[in-house]
Design a protein around this ligand. Structure first.
Ligand code: NAD
Length: 254
């Protein structure tokens, strides 16, 4: 990844932040990082201070296509190119008792706008700039994208959508030498998961037990897989789903 330029959404926290640190460690020349949380982006940038990488921080709401387009256009004009993209930004809205009968329209729309439409807006902005061959995109879905889950309809639906979207795009751009994969982490110890646990969505200990390894993953462990998928070492991997580590898929309630 030496000398290359990447974009990362959702880079202020959790998995996105870990991806930025990993890209810096692997020798990326520049990383355009975005999030709605500008302060968090500053912290991510500070964590990369020891490496040579140039980090550009931009406040971008991925559900807003104009903001995403402007960010990617600016990235290409600052760095001169874009080699790969990690589309990580996402939310897990709602409390643990929301059903398909009680879910509010706003909550449904917000989840789909960020988790699914946000990935579409990002890819549409990134694809024209990626090198052919050699460009790569990784979109973060979830093991909740493999099976519907009670009290998690909006989140699960958005993550199912990311898998279909990524596989469709992989089929469209494979012949041009661009690879697009969906990554489906199991439970990872991040603020998103902790908030979900504290709002009663699931029991963190029970969920850990449901993984093959009997524990939650760390953001850095996901970042290693994501950066492998972005790298040339994954040159024959596209349209795929890399998923991790669940004996029972999804979140378990008490
Ligand atoms: P996190 O909350 O630590 O990070 C998510 C980041 O996305 C935050 O910095 C947040 O500010 C940002 N964000 C939220 N809305 C945004 C918007 N509209 N525009 C731009 N940025 C926005 O959570 P995380 O666990 O690191 O989640 C990262 C991704 O991984 C999400 O897509 C999530 O669904 C997915 N995921 C997480 C887990 C898990 O267990 N933590 C499991 C599977 C998938």
């Amino acid at each position: 990844m030496k000398g290359r330029i990447y974009s990362v959404t959702g880079a202020a926290s959790g998995i996105g932040q870990a991806v930025v640190l990993r890209l810096a460690e692997l020798g990326a020349r520049g990383i355009a990082i975005s999030d709605v949380n500008l302060e968090g982006l500053g912290k991510t940038k500070k964590l990369c201070e020891a490496s040579e990488v140039q980090i550009e921080c931009t406040r971008v709401d991925v559900s807003n296509p104009d903001q995403v387009d402007r960010w990617i256009a600016d990235t290409v004009s600052v760095f001169g190119r874009l080699d790969g993209a990690a589309n990580v930004a996402g939310i897990a809205a709602g409390d643990g008792d929301t059903t398909c009968q009680t879910i509010k329209k706003e909550e449904w729309d917000r989840t789909i706008s960020i988790n699914l439409n946000g990935i579409m807006h990002s890819m549409r902005a990134q694809l024209p700039h990626l090198p052919r061959p050699g460009g790569a995109i990784v979109n973060v879905s979830s093991t909740s994208g493999l099976r519907g889950f009670p009290y998690s309809a909006a989140y699960s639906t958005s993550k199912f959508g990311v898998i279909g979207l990524s596989a469709s795009a992989a089929g469209e751009f494979g012949k041009e030498g661009i690879r697009i994969n969906a990554l489906l982490p199991g439970p990872i110890d991040t603020p998103l998961l902790r908030e979900r646990a504290s709002s009663g969505g699931f029991d963190a200990d029970v969920t850990s037990e449901a993984t093959c390894l009997g524990r939650m993953g760390k953001p850095a462990e996901v970042a290693k897989v994501l950066c492998f998928l972005l790298s040339d070492d994954a040159s024959f991997v596209t349209g795929g789903m890399s998923h991790a580590n669940m004996r029972t898929i999804g979140f378990l309630r008490i």
